[in-house]
Ligand binder design. Structure first.
Ligand code: DP6
Length: 318
């Protein structure tokens, strides 16, 4: 067994969202989802065995509450047999301020690092299943470019796979609206959203949209990708507003960026939005349009910070 193993995984943004579970303990989703892995945002994680009495986590040089990762490591001990306590050091190169889900890259990097430390076979499907147990969206961060997480119905059948490992020219402009920690975690938010009377209809539509999205990606049709992703994401946020305990990740600024993006599209630019469990907006465009759109966005929203992200690669060992 190796002494210390370091792995890196990039975060991903879903174009067809995961927003609901049929099994909360196992993170089995209600929908299959599809994402693009982002090149500039990633987590680098090192793991080593320790004689300490508990697992520990040092995140960006500060000690963090390790209960979530400890639970994850206990799950791995259940799967692969007992192993000593683990010391984890993790650096997030994900602007949490940009509202990007660092749990996706974190659990994917931790999974890869642990597979190395335990000398497990580097089977992508198995790594995806295990990453999924840490955070659902992490199942997709094992892969580069476009990944599909087939929902499955139990631990064995629910994992992501590479869908199309090529850059189709898609760019995302991340608008940083708030750096505050999200008020409602994804885990809790999706559970509430499932009580919306329209939730079943969103799930059904999502399956149709996934099939259309796959076609659009294979055809490198960014307009179609953007239109479908936008409808899917806005539909997801609609469930939050219609559920039994309504809540909303949008702020007035979120809405302004959404409206402005829609105007840009009407004016002939490739510009579409997708939004996750927070107020920040990711604007979908293509490589040729990203700079023009960025200039327009900066002029309209001088108070906001924007990052451009293109597609990134699969996990790797360092
Ligand atoms: C809106 O993967 O963070 O980003 O499995 O409970 O940890 P848990 O949830 P998480 O949810 C991500 C939700 C989303 C959509 C997506 O990434 O598909």
């Amino acid at each position: 067994m190796k002494n210390i193993v370091t792995a890196r995984a990039h975060t991903n943004i879903a174009l067809i969202k995961y927003w609901g579970k049929t099994d909360i303990a196992l993170n089995i989703p209600t929908t299959s989802s599809l994402s693009m892995t982002l090149e500039p945002f990633y987590t680098t994680t090192s793991v080593e065995f320790t004689d300490n009495e508990s697992d520990s986590l040092i995140l960006n040089s500060a000690m963090e509450d390790s209960s979530r990762v400890s639970k994850f490591l206990e799950m791995m001990r259940g799967q692969y047999g007992n192993f000593p306590k683990v010391m984890i050091q993790s650096e997030n190169h994900v602007p949490t301020a940009a509202g990007l889900a660092s749990s996706a890259s974190s659990f994917a990097a931790l999974t890869a690092a642990m597979f190395g430390l335990l000398d497990l076979e580097k089977d992508d499907s198995e790594m995806s299943r295990i990453a999924r147990r840490g955070s659902g969206s992490a199942s997709r961060s094992i892969f580069g470019n476009f990944a599909v997480w087939n929902k499955g119905e139990n631990h064995q059948s629910s994992f992501a796979e590479s869908f199309y490992n090529k850059d189709i020219g898609l760019s995302m402009i991340v608008a940083e609206i708030s750096s505050e920690k999200k008020k409602m975690s994804s885990t809790k938010g999706m559970q509430l959203a499932q009580t919306a009377p329209t939730y079943g209809a969103w799930v059904e539509k999502s399956a149709i949209q996934l099939a259309e999205m796959k076609q659009a990606i294979l055809q490198a049709d960014i307009e179609k990708v953007g239109l479908i992703a936008q409808d899917n994401a806005l539909g997801m946020h609609e469930q939050n507003r219609l559920c039994l305990e309504p809540f909303d990740y949008f702020t007035s600024e979120t809405q302004r960026v959404v409206d402005f993006t829609k105007e840009c599209y009407k004016a002939g630019l490739l510009a579409f939005v997708t939004i996750d469990a927070g107020p920040n907006v990711k604007i979908i465009t293509d490589h040729a349009t990203e700079k023009i759109l960025l200039t327009k966005l900066k002029a309209e929203f001088p108070e906001l910070t924007f990052d451009i992200a293109r597609a990134g690669g699969a996990y790797e060992y360092l």
